[in-house]
Design a protein around this ligand. Structure first.
Ligand code: NAP
Length: 207
C-alpha cells in the first residue's frame, strides 16, 4: 500500500515517518519541493518527496494534513482523486476551542464532495501530533476513531492505524465524522482551555 501525503507539517511528516519506518512506501507532497526532498531523505529509503500532485498520483492512500482553510483550494486544484483512499485528519476549529462543522457538515463530508470519486475516511484528527510516536499508555493503546462509507478503504486505514501501534475503532459511516470532529474539540478544550498536559488520549472500555 503506497501512501501519498499532502502537508509536511507536524501530522504529515509525523505519520509519514512512522509508516515509512514500518515499510510502507511514502511520498511526502509539499508546495516546496526542496523541503519535501530533505524531509524524505531523513526518513530513509521508503520515503520520497514531490509536489502534492505527485503525491496524489503516487498514493493508493492519500493523507490530507493541511490547515482547514486551505483544504478546498488544494483539493479542487488537483485531478486524480477517483478511487483514492483519502485519510482526512483535518479539524476545522472555531477559534474558541470548538469544532465549527462548516455548513453543518464535517470536514470529511466536504472533502468527499470536492475530491470526486475519492473514498474518504476520517481518522487521526483526535490524536495530538506529539503522541504519534507514543501510542501506548500503561500497556493500553490510544484509540484512533475512524469513519467512512467504503468498507475497503476503512480496512486499509484500520491497517495503517494498527501498524503504528494505535487501536483502530470503526465508528461507522462518514457522517459520523461529525462526532469525531467534536471529539477532537473536546480534546482541544481539555488541553488548551482546561490546562490538561497534552499527554493524554481517548480510548474505549468494553465489557
Ligand atoms: N497538530 C496536531 O496535533 C493535529 C492533530 C490532529 C489533527 N490535526 C489537523 O491536521 C492538519 C495539519 O495539522 P499540522 O499540525 O500538521 O499543521 P502544520 O504543522 O501547520 O502543517 C500544515 C502543512 O500544510 C501545508 N500547507 C500550509 N498551507 C498550505 C496551503 N495553502 N496549501 C497547501 N498546503 C499548505 C504545509 O506543508 P508544505 O509547506 O510542505 O506545503 C504545512 O506544513 C490540520 O488540519 C489540523 O487541524 C493536527
Amino acid at each position: 500500500m503506497k501512501i501519498g501525503i499532502m502537508g509536511t507539517g507536524r501530522m504529515g511528516r509525523g505519520l509519514g515517518r512512522l509508516w515509512a519506518d514500518r515499510g510502507y512506501p511514502v511520498m511526502l507532497g509539499s508546495r516546496d519541493l526542496g523541503r519535501a526532498a530533505a524531509l524524505a531523505e531523513a526518513m530513509g529509503p521508503n520515503a520520497s518527496g514531490g509536489s502534492n500532485q505527485a503525491a496524489l498520483a503516487f498514493g493508493d492512500v492519500i493523507l490530507l494534513a493541511v490547515p482547514w482553510d486551505t483544504v478546498e483550494a488544494l483539493v479542487r486544484s488537483m485531478d486524480g482523486w477517483s478511487g483514492k483512499i483519502v485519510i482526512d485528519c483535518v479539524n476545522a476549529l472555531d477559534g474558541a476551542g470548538g469544532a465549527s462543522l462548516p455548513g453543518g457538515l464535517s470536514v470529511a463530508e466536504h472533502i468527499a464532495t470536492w475530491a470526486a470519486g475519492a473514498r474518504v475516511v476520517k481518522a487521526f484528527n483526535g490524536i495530538y501530533f506529539s503522541l504519534l510516536e507514543q501510542p501506548g499508555f500503561s500497556g493500553q493503546a490510544a484509540s484512533v476513531f475512524y469513519a467512512g462509507d467504503d468498507a475497503g478503504a476503512k480496512a486499509a486505514v484500520g491497517e495503517l492505524i494498527g501498524a503504528i501501534g494505535f487501536a483502530p475503532v470503526d465508528c461507522g459511516p462518514l457522517v459520523a465524522a461529525r462526532h469525531l470532529e467534536w471529539l477532537a474539540a473536546l480534546w482541544i478544550h481539555l488541553a488548551f482551555r482546561q490546562g490538561w498536559p497534552p499527554d493524554f488520549a481517548f480510548t474505549v472500555l468494553r465489557r
